[in-house]
Design a protein around this ligand. Sequence first.
Ligand code: PGA
Length: 252
Amino acid sequence: MRRPLIAGNWKMNTTVGEAATLVKDMLSALSAVNGIDRILCPPFISLQRVSDIVKGSSVEVGAQNMYFKDKGAFTGEISPLMLKELCKYVILGHSERRQFFGETDETVNAKLKAALAAGLLPIFCIGESLEENEAGRTKDILARQVTGGLKEIAANKDLVIAYEPVWAIGTGKAATGDQAGQTIAFIRNTLASVWNNETAQSVRILYGGSVTSANIAEFISEPHIDGALVGGASLKAADFIEIVRQTAAIKQ
Ligand code: PGA
């Protein structure tokens, strides 16, 4: 049995004060739900504050990115060792990082290695663009991203993968549960050939892209989908709490 997981990616939203208010608005309701991992991923500068607020609760914290070196002359970057003191998870290879900040399968691979070496748990994001989808290249792209991202990385059940079709992120046009379920089954098969079947059956694979409290049930009802990476709706306390509640209830 794979434990369900819902992660909120706040992206470049919330000041430190707003982040503190948002987590306080969610904390008691999120803590009351059982049998599910709940992860909040605020901007770097709010990690300390959010970690302090959730301390002692069952809510966990993740970063949204990370550099692959431990320290040195890399102005403006944040290292795995710095994150390790503040959070347990780190989102890597998000499509916005690939699209706007030049990340490639190679840099994502280096980041995944560095995160695992530091004892952080990566949420490894993959997904095809609209153009790739319409050209019928979805499977090729996903297989390339999985194989390239995991190059020379030993099988690891603690890795989390998030399948986020780029055309569904922030657009209000989510995939259907059926589409996402089939694609995630393909990703699990690919993982079985890159690693092995036992590990592939244990790794949690999330769907992401315009998830809300109104459509979460459709995704979570799919046997291969273990949770969601939620952007916009994770900035609204009531919506995010409802997404966590429904996921825990359906996966019970
Ligand atoms: P969205 O973002 O839920 O706002 O579509 C998801 C993500 O990018 O992780």
